[in-house]
Every structure is written in C-alpha cells, then in structure tokens.
Design a protein around this ligand. Structure first.
Ligand code: DX5
Ligand code: ZN
Length: 226
C-alpha cells in the first residue's frame, strides 16, 4: 500500500494580520493539516500564539490542527488547547516533568499525542512510551524560528524512528506517524520521505510562495517519486 503522505503548512510564516484568510487559502491549496507553532520565550527564544488564536483559527481550518507546543511547563496549557479545537498536540520531553503523564493528559482531553525530538535530543525516551504515542516529530532545525536550514543529521534520526515506529505498529496495530519539522523544501522533501517521514511541516517554503497551491503541488510531485 503506498504511504499516504501529509503536508502540514506551519502558520508561523503566514501573515498574522490576516490569519483566518491565510489558513483558508492554504487549506484550499491542499494542506492536509495546519501546523500551529506555540512558543513561550522561555523554552524557546521566541513568542507566538496561544489557545485564543487557535480557537479563532479553528472555524477557518477544515482540516485537523496540529499543535506544536514549544512551552514549559506543558500540562497547564494542554486542556486549553483541546478546548480551543486542537486535534493533535505534540510536546518536547525536556519541557515536561512527567512525559508519560503528559501523553495521558493529551489523550484524556480527546487529542492525539506526539513527542518532539530536538536535533540533539536522544531517541531513548521513545523506548518507554512508543506504544502510547500517535506521532513522533523529528526537529530538523533548533526550535524557535522559521526559515532555518535543514540539519542533514535529521535524516539518520528519521531512519531510526521509522524502524521503531514500524515495529511498534506491527506489534500493536496502532498507527504512529513520523513527522519532520524545519527547513523542509521542494528540493529535499523526497530525501526526507525516503528516510522515513510521512508528515512534513513546511512554513517558509509554502507561505513565501506566490501561489500556495503550486508550492504544495511541487512538493507532492516530489513525494510521488519516492
Ligand atoms: C520551528 C517551528 C517550525 C517552523 C518551520 O521552531 O517548529 O514549525 O515554522 O519553518 P520552516 O519550514 O520555515 O523551517
Ligand atoms: Zn513546528
């Protein structure tokens, strides 16, 4: 069965003064998910948006909202995002005192749960929680900003995660997505898919394009060649 690849435009690179319109445009252009980057100027050195903006965006997004929490602490804000219409919530293990508890909390609030690995974060955490996760997100930049260059070592990490996810899926029958975030472009998306990703976050590559549909189509054309 061919892999169903998903492209998740990150609204970090959208025009925040016209966010609803930007979300509608990128969904019309074929986005599979809306990637929603939450930064707190504490866990990462930048500040973005919270649950109120997620709630405001929700009616404009006819696809699932993929919330990427770059905040510390994590647990306090999880119920707020669930109430604001998030479908999926990912967090960084370094930002939570109790990783297993946070995964449970996300599920209790009716969302799917993902764990995010920074470029230098070891995959060891996965051994203990893989059977509870719906998604593993590999950062291919250091989190905090859009428009950074893809760190090639992420490809090795993706290969390792793909193996771990595949064996867990075979064992349990549950679906576990492998997502990549940072520096994803038309010219590297194919190699990233070959390394094992099935879900691709792309911010600047889509929102700096004149034509969002063309940008998404070019990425899909590359994925069709995998
Ligand atoms: C970075 C964010 C990313 C960012 C990606 O910390 O998590 O989602 O928006 O932006 P690009 O695709 O421009 O690297
Ligand atoms: Zn992100």
């Amino acid at each position: 069965m061919p892999t169903a690849y998903r492209i998740a435009p990150s609204i970090l690179s959208a025009d925040f003064a016209r966010l609803g319109e930007e979300v509608r445009k990128v969904v019309d252009a074929g986005a599979d998910l809306i990637h929603f980057d939450v930064m707190d100027n504490h866990y990462v050195p930048n500040l973005t948006v919270g649950p109120m903006v997620c709630e405001a965006v929700r009616p404009h997004a006819t696809v699932p909202i993929d919330v990427h929490l770059m905040v510390k602490p994590v647990d306090r804000i999880v119920p707020d995002f669930a109430r604001a219409g998030a479908n999926h919530i990912s967090f960084h293990p370094e930002a939570s005192e109790h990783v297993d508890r946070t995964i449970g909390l996300i599920h209790e609030h009716g969302c799917t749960a993902g764990l995010v690995f920074n470029p230098a974060t070891p995959l060891d955490w996965l051994m203990h929680v893989i059977d509870k996760l719906d998604l593993v997100l590999i950062m291919s930049v250091n989190p905090g900003f859009g428009g950074q260059s893809f760190i090639p070592h992420a490809l090795e990490k993706l290969k390792a995660v793909r193996k771990i996810a595949d064996s867990a899926m075979q064992r349990t029958g549950r679906t576990i997505h492998v997502e990549v975030d940072g520096g994803v472009k038309v010219d590297n998306i194919r190699a990233i898919a070959q390394a094992g990703a099935d879900t691709f976050v792309a911010g600047s590559a889509i929102f700096t394009a004149q034509d969002y549909r063309a940008a998404l189509s070019e990425m899909r054309a590359q994925l069709a060649m995998v």
